[in-house]
Design a protein around this ligand. Structure first.
Ligand SMILES: Nc1ncnc2c1ncn2[C@@H]1O[C@H](COP(=O)(O)OP(=O)(O)OP(=O)(O)O)[C@@H](O)[C@H]1O
Length: 589
């Protein structure tokens, strides 16, 4: 079944290639415009749907592609193919420059910045003498392949169809790669990426540039198919249309881009055809009806139409094969059991006047489980965040494997050999459990965007996914590999987080309340797993509320209260400590 479906896109392409024989010239033109929009929307799927960045500037990047090639092929009489290289390079450089300033912005700030870019572009080209002001540039030559000029509607259609197929194929390949997994994690913020050694902001920039390049490709095609350009199709209304198409299709779905482009383009055409004869061309009632339809649709199908369609067909594909049982050898020297992996001295962190962690000193040793206990608000999570590099400390010293750490972030701590889970589970919900685990192994691979685009990452991917499957089996979830992580019960999600942390090949594992939400038998399995990991020489720091669970498991316990360390030692000793009983258990001995 999977093999047959793998050929389905090629079949669809062959059917689409027959369109010039079946469609009228008008229908062919509409189909070409749909595909041009779908190319832009595919980039938006990557940027908005996958990486979670909203842009109102995509039409301007289409304009960059169109105007660069239009100017080069008319004013300088250069080949459209040189125009293609220049269009893509210009969009990439411009997007990188804009992105360096804007992608760090989140939410509406990024949207506003891209909106400003789009408005500026529109007025800039509309007032540039060299670019024909608002009249634009005419007489753009068609693309030529050898001696053949692609002048006819059918030839233009075929050119755009080929480009769309290429863009969809490339985007799908990218999303299934190591880089793609990082991009998919960005929708939930950069915390997951950074915690597993990956530069989240750099990947946001990659998504931004990739979307701009895709838009510029569409612009290049537009200029040589349409043969003239003016600023109108590159303004803010067009950017909003592209966003609409992407969201309606299903913003995280590559095929949704095509569906959304087709629906919005044809819906607008049909509404114009129906309403304008009645109300006149100047009364744009079609826009009002269109907007109302969009609101209803977004209300009914928030995730867009493609997931709805998939649900209706309920296509249950057999899971792709994984080379199971690959055990990637550890790339790190294991510290001698009993020696400190992490040592903290006089750690302090305050928030304004509140001292959340106050003068805390301790160490975690290789081959031991250190439990951290304390009532709510004692400062456990803050301490956890100081160690994992998520929060900077106000004062105090920290060393890892004997190396003093001045001020390091989460990314650096992961690269040094620290991996963590989260108190509130942080998985990419619509990514499979297996891919979530592989996210933890990102820094163990080397293939980037270029290798993925050329298909040179397949062997590495097989190793990373095979190893992730091995780790899933280790936490008892071998049969859940291809289930969406968000659909798993909370207990299983916590285990996926542990497998993901193990995928980073750590020497120190920080677990933030891993037993929360687990049933009794799951807790027993978790305890067995942690003891195995300890026997492997891993150092484990375990923040827990469950006193029974942690006392039975930990070699040593430390108890915090009001930010201070009030006891540290063998579980029996600590439990017998009067201050601990008063603070933690609320009873005096
Ligand atoms: N970002 C922050 N800004 C201001 N105060 C904070 C911040 N983070 C934590 N605190 C405060 O620091 C104190 C310690 O909080 P922390 O979350 O570390 O405790 P905890 O022991 O982990 O509690 P719990 O078991 O409920 O998670 C609390 O009083 C909390 O309100």
């Amino acid at each position: 079944m999977r093999r047959i479906l793998a050929w389905a896109p090629l079949g669809a392409l062959a059917v689409a290639a027959m369109a010039p024989l079946l469609l009228t010239p008008y229908q062919l033109t509409v189909a070409t415009y749909i595909m041009l929009a779908a190319i832009v929307c595919t980039g938006l799927v990557l940027m908005t749907g996958v990486a979670g960045m909203v842009s109102f500037g995509q039409a301007a990047f289409v304009g960059v592609g169109a105007y660069v090639t239009a100017a080069l092929s008319t004013t300088f009489a250069l080949s459209p193919w040189i125009g293609l290289v220049a269009a893509i390079a210009s969009a990439a450089v411009l997007a990188a420059l804009i992105g360096l300033i804007t992608v760090r912005m989140s939410g509406h700030y990024l949207a506003l910045a891209t909106l400003c870019f789009c408005i500026s572009f529109y007025f800039l080209v509309g007032n540039a003498e060299l670019l024909g002001r608002f009249n634009g540039i005419t007489g753009i030559p068609p693309v030529t392949v050898g001696a053949i000029a692609l002048r006819s509607e059918a030839a233009g259609f075929a050119l755009v169809l080929g480009a769309l197929a290429l863009v969809i194929w490339w985007t799908r390949r990218l999303l299934a790669s190591r880089t793609g997994r990082v991009l998919r994690s960005l929708r939930t913020g950069t915390v997951i990426a950074e915690s597993f050694g990956v530069d989240g902001q750099r990947h946001r920039l990659i998504a931004f540039v990739a979307a701009a390049v895709t838009a510029a490709l569409s612009g290049w095609l537009y200029a040589h198919v349409q043969r003239f350009v003016n600023p109108t199709p590159f303004g803010v209304p067009a950017s909003i249309d592209y966003l609409f198409m992407t969201v309606i299709g299903g913003s995280g779905q590559v095929w949704g881009a095509l569906l959304g482009a087709a629906l919005v383009t044809t819906a607008k055409q049909e509404l114009q055809g129906l309403l304008q004869p009645v109300f006149g061309a100047t009364t744009r009632l079609d826009m009002l009806v269109f907007a109302a339809l969009m609101i209803v649709m977004l209300h009914r199908a928030r995730r867009g139409l493609w997931p709805l369609l998939q649900g209706l067909i309920s296509l249950h594909l057999p899971a792709p094969p994984i080379v199971a049982g690959i055990d990637l050898p550890s790339g790190r020297a294991r510290p001698t059991p009993g020696l400190p992996v992490l040592a903290a001295s006089h750690m302090r962190r305050s928030f304004g006047g509140l001292v959340a962690v106050d003068d805390v000193s301790f160490d975690v040793r290789a081959g031991e489980i250190l439990g951290v206990l304390g009532p709510n608000g004692a400062g456990k999570s803050t301490l956890f965040n100081l160690i994992s590099g998520t929060l900077p400390r106000s004062s105090g010293e920290l060393s890892f494997l004997g190396q003093p750490l001045a001020s390091v972030g989460a990314r650096d701590m992961c690269r040094r050999g620290l991996a963590r889970t989260f108190q509130h589970v942080k998985l990419v919900p619509d990514m499979s459990a297996l891919e979530n685990v592989a996210m933890g192994a990102t820094q163990r691979g080397h293939c980037g965007l270029a290798a993925a685009s050329l298909g040179l990452d397949r062997a590495e991917e097989r190793r990373l996914l095979g190893w992730s499957q091995h780790l899933l089996a280790r936490v008892g979830l071998a049969d859940k590999a291809w289930e969406a992580a968000g659909s798993l019960p909370l207990g299983h999600q916590r285990l996926v987080e542990i497998a993901r942390a193990l995928a980073a090949d750590p020497v120190l594992l920080l677990l933030d309340e891993p037993a929360a939400g687990l049933r009794a038998n799951e807790k027993t399995d978790l305890a067995r797993l942690l003891l195995e990991l300890r026997a492997d020489g891993l150092a484990i720091l375990l923040v827990e509320h469950d006193m029974e669970f942690v006392s039975e498991l930990a070699d040593r316990l430390m108890v915090m209260n009001f930010g201070r360390l009030i006891a540290c030692g063998q579980p029996g000793e600590v439990r017998a400590n009067v201050e601990v009983q008063e603070a933690y258990l609320g009873v005096a001995a």
